[in-house]
Design a protein around this ligand. Structure first.
Ligand code: C5P
Length: 244
């Protein structure tokens, strides 16, 4: 598992903002956050310059661009991500084993080219926006949704990826099946007393860590709080307190 020094290092905050200016404002409001997620919206709008900003501030980076393409294209994207020295990169497991293996090998090559530590590739098993009905009726997948997600997790593991993105509800089972070294990165976390919003199947941060999550992605409970820095600290304290 990736080295983690403290509870704070296990909480990833998404830069879910539309522009570089907004991203920098959020970075300035949350100086204690060590690990940031850059997703499609910000990357498309601000480009790789946002990664430079994060590197200058010595932050760890989760590049959440969810690559899904033919093996050659996945490899090219992951090689480029490897050159940046990002820490986590997402790909879609249903791209298949050949593409996942090519992506993994290329990420290592990219990192070696610039002398950066290699990124950990993690797979999205199934988007949480896909419900059982959509899976069966639109995507024509005959497996139960939880079985399908598990099969995709195993495919990621067989393809030598470092881990997966999963719901905290699935973390305990996946930890048992996939072992201690597999990274489980869990969004859908809501601290005690915070509105669940569109994350219907939320767990608290302490519950998610206890269930086996390696990292938590916590967005709006921190970024939309009256005081984001206090909210971040409270979440860290809640986890640390529950582990004593
Ligand atoms: O604000 P909130 O805590 O819901 O943000 C969660 C973050 O994790 C968002 O960036 C969202 O896109 C991402 N995410 C998610 N559910 C998934 C995968 C990613 O909420 N299944």
């Amino acid at each position: 598992m990736m080295a983690t020094n403290s509870v704070a290092d296990r909480i990833i905050v998404p830069l879910d903002v539309p522009s570089m200016e907004d991203a920098i404002a959020l970075l300035d409001r949350l100086p204690d956050v060590t690990f940031w997620k850059v997703g499609l919206e910000l990357f498309v709008s601000a480009g790789p310059a946002i990664l430079e900003q994060l590197k200058q501030r010595q932050k760890r980076i989760f590049l959440d661009l969810k690559f899904h393409d033919i093996p050659n294209t996945m490899a090219g994207a992951c090689r480029a991500a490897g050159r940046y020295g990002v820490d986590l990169v997402t790909v879609h497991a249903p791209a298949g084993k050949v593409a996942l293996q090519a992506a993994q090998a290329a990420a290592l090559e990219g990192a070696a080219e610039t002398g950066c530590p290699p990124p950990n590739l993690i797979a999205v098993t199934l988007l949480t926006s896909i419900n059982p009905r959509t899976l069966a009726m639109e995507l024509k997948v005959s497996l139960e949704l939880t079985d399908y997600a598990l099969q995709m997790a195993l495919l990621a593991q067989e393809s030598s990826l470092s881990g997966i993105v999963c719901s905290p509800q699935e973390a305990a089972d996946l930890r048992r099946v996939c072992g201690d070294q597999f990274l489980l990165v869990c969004p859908g976390v809501r601290p005690t007393g915070v509105a669940k919003g569109d994350q219907q199947r939320a767990m608290t941060p302490a519950q998610a860590i206890a269930a086996g999550a390696s990292y938590l992605v916590v967005g709006r409970p921190i970024t939309q709080a009256a005081d984001p820095a206090i909210s971040f600290r409270q979440i860290c304290d809640e986890i640390a307190g529950s582990r004593k």
